[in-house]
Design a protein around this ligand. Structure first.
Ligand code: SIN
Length: 279
């Protein structure tokens, strides 16, 4: 029987009593979906799914797309991005160091993805955890004077500047990429289109700036908001077991991968991404 259990007081729901590779009724799905919108991340443990089932399950939540088209997309299912330190014939099969700073996926895009579903296939015995932060809760807890100050501000995000933070194992942007990647602007306080709730969009230890200010002028406010939002009461560190799935709502959650011993251990994660759907 479907059971929805809070992960912590501040964030997340563990979904029990469901096999995501099998049929899920609309009624069950509606409850699961609502828990996702309300609590920002969902955890499903002990799941076995093929890449095709992973894609099919993701599709229940929205349009799936391969926004990070790269050599690390699954050969037969390019909708799946492989995050791994494993090599085959001397070549990495996945991106090994992605996401080790707090971030919201695709913040550097005009239409960032609405969510991502990460499936653990092989995990190290220690390390390789993922942190999640609830940005609704962070916004709600801000002092009223700060809320008032940031209400109409916008953040400017540079894909070129954030590349080495988000993907330290990828080459620096080429001249062509630099030319093709304009900076994008998002409201610092966004209204979540499904919940209607306000949510702080200041995620990421990457050099964001406030529109109309330099990076240096923006730093005190951005740093305050970023540090405020990763307090223990808003965050959860997930220690993976093989078979775990975490689905995060990219509009209301930040996340951050952590390190592990790449020489001694293997980590193999499959990730699908849910399109923002506006472009
Ligand atoms: C990500 O940012 O999608 C990667 C998370 C992880 O590998 O733990």
């Amino acid at each position: 029987m479907l059971e929805l259990v809070p992960i912590t007081d501040g964030i997340g729901t563990e979904v029990r009593g469901i096999d995501v590779s099998g049929p899920i009724s609309d009624r069950e799905f509606d409850r699961i979906h609502q828990a996702w919108i309300d609590t920002t991340i969902l955890l499903f443990r002990g799941q076995e799914m093929t890449p095709a089932q992973h894609i099919a399950f993701t599709r229940r939540f929205g349009e799936v797309y391969a926004y990070t088209r790269s050599q690390f997309n699954h050969d037969e299912h390019p909708e799946i991005l492989i995050l791994s330190n494993i090599t085959r014939d001397g070549k990495p099969i996945g991106s090994a160091y992605s996401g080790r700073v707090w971030h919201s996926d695709g913040a550097y895009l005009t239409d960032p993805p609405v969510g991502s579903m990460l499936y653990a296939r092989e995990v190290p015995p220690e390390g390789g955890d993922t942190w999640y932060g609830n940005m609704y809760a962070a916004y709600d807890a801000l002092p009223p004077s700060v809320k008032e100050r940031i209400e109409d501000l916008k953040v400017v995000i540079s894909r070129v500047r954030s590349r080495p933070y988000n993907y330290p194992d990828r080459p620096a942007p080429t001249a062509r990429e630099r030319a093709e990647w304009p900076d994008v602007t998002h409201p610092l306080v966004r209204v979540h289109e499904e919940s209607g709730r306000k949510v702080l969009y200041a995620g990421g230890n990457v050099p964001w700036r406030i529109e109309g200010m330099s990076e240096d002028e923006s730093a005190p406010l951005i740093t305050f908001l970023q540090e405020f939002s990763i307090q223990p009461r808003f965050t959860y560190r997930h220690q993976w077991q093989a078979g775990d799935i975490v689905l995060w709502d990219n509009r209301s959650a930040m996340h951050r991968a952590t390190s592990y011993d790449h020489v001694k251990h293997r980590r193999l994660m499959h990730r699908t991404t849910i399109s923002g759907g506006r472009s």
